[in-house]
Ligand binder design. Sequence first.
Ligand code: PM9
Length: 463
Amino acid sequence: MAKKIIKRSWAEPFKIKVVEPISMTTKEYREKTAKQAGYNTFLLKSQDIYIDLLTDSGTNAMSDYQWAGMMLGDEAYAGSKNFYYLWDNVKKYYGYPYFVPTHQGRAAEHLVSKILIKPGDYIPGNMYFTTTRLHQEIAGGTFVDVIIDEAHDPQSLHPFKGNVDISKLDKLVKEVGAKKIPYISVAGPVNMAGGQPISMANIVELKSYAKKNGIKMWLDATRLVENAYFIKQREKGYENKTIAQILKEICSHFEGIWVSAKKDLLVNIGGFIATKNKNVYEEARNLVVVYEGLHTYGGLAGRDMEAMARGIEEMVNYDYIRSRIGQVEYFGNKLLEYKIPIVQPIGGHAIFLDAKRFLPHLKQIEFPAQTLANEIYIDSGVRAMERGIVSAGRNQKTGDHNYPKLELVRLTLPRRVYTQAHIDVTYESIASVYDKRKSIKGLKMIYEPKYLRFFQARFEKLK
Ligand code: PM9
C-alpha cells in the first residue's frame, strides 16, 4: 500500500501575549462612515475598521524583547546609549560605517534628495514610490522609470519583476549625460509593482554599468529583508546563505541606503540613512539637526531607537520571515483559487488586486482601485489602499493625471498582527465583492490636495 504523504505546514514562530480588541460594525454603519470619509480609506477612523490592511508601515506587533528594551530608553538629548547600540547593529547587519537616524522613511528621503540632487537632474529608478519621487522632484529632479516591462504587467510571472532594464537606463544616460544623473534610485523589493524583488545578478550588472559611467547607486532598503528572502528562494547560489548574509551582500553594492524602519524593523516609528560616503554622511548629520533633531536621535525617542536595534536582530530570523511571507502567500493562493485577479507572483508584504481586471467596466478615470477598496470596506470593514491613478498623481509638466498601467488595491499584512482566520474572513469578503462586481459603479474626485493626493483626496459615488 502506498504511504500517505502528510503535508507539513509552517506556523508562526511566536505566540500571542497581549491582545487588542477590534470593532465589529454593520454594513449600514460602514456605508455612512465611508461616505463621511469621502470614499478615501485613509480618511476613515481606525475605530471603524475591523481588519486593517491599509499598510504594514508602523503597524507591526513588537516582541517582548523589544518591549523590554523600551524600558531601557536613555532619553538624553545627546549621545543616548540606544543610539550607539542602534548604530552598532546598522554596521553589523547592513554593513555601512556611517549612520543618521530620522523619524521615518520620508525624512531620510528628504535629506538624501536634498544632498544628492541638483535642479535639472534626472533620477532613474525601478518604478516610482510616492514619497521617494516627491522628494526627488522637490529637490529639482525628474524621476525616470527604468524597471523591466514585466513589472507593469500584473500577469507576468517573472521571478524578479523589480529588476532594472539596463537598456532603458543606457538610453537615458545617452540622452541626458551621466553628469545629470546623481544616482540610480533602486528599491528592493518594489512596493508599487506588488512587492516584487530585484535579483542579485541584476544588482551586480547594474553596479558594473554604473561604475563604468561614474554614477552612484543608492537603495531604498525599507523592506530589504523580504527581498533577501526571495533571493534565497529563487536565485541560484543563495539557497544556503542566511538572510543576514544576503542582506549585507545586497548593501555592499550601494553607496548608501535610506530606510523606513516602520516595515522590516518591526517597530511603530523610525527611519535612517546609512552610507559608506563620509561626505554625504557629514552633510546628512548636519542637515538632520535642521529638520529632525540632534544627529544622535533624529526625531526619535531613545526607547524607539532601542526597539529598532532589537528589531534588526529579529528581522533576519529565517523562521520569522518565512512565516511572514508564508502568510501573504496563503492569502494570495486563496484568491487565485477563486480566480480573483491579483498581481503575480505573490509579493512580500501584500496582496495586490488587479482592479482593471476585477472591474473591467470602469474607465481608469472612474478610479477602479479606489472604488474597489471602498466596496471591500463597506462589505466587511476590511481596510485596503488604492495603488493606481490616485497614488500616481499628476504629471509635473502637463498637469494631467498620470495613468499608470497598474491599477491596484493593496491589502497589506502588518507583521505578527493577524491570524489565518483574519485572512480567511478577508478572502471571503473579497470573493463576495467579486461575485457582485458587475453592479459596482465608479467614483468622481471632488477634492484634491497638492501633494501626495491619495492621503487626503475626497470622492463621490457616480450615479
Ligand atoms: N510606505 C506604505 O504604506 C507608508 C505610507 S505611503 C503610502 O507602503 C518605501 C518603499 C515605502 C515607504 C512608505 C517609504 C516612506 C519609503 N519607501 O512612511 O515615511 O514603502 O516611513 O516611509 C508606506 P515612511
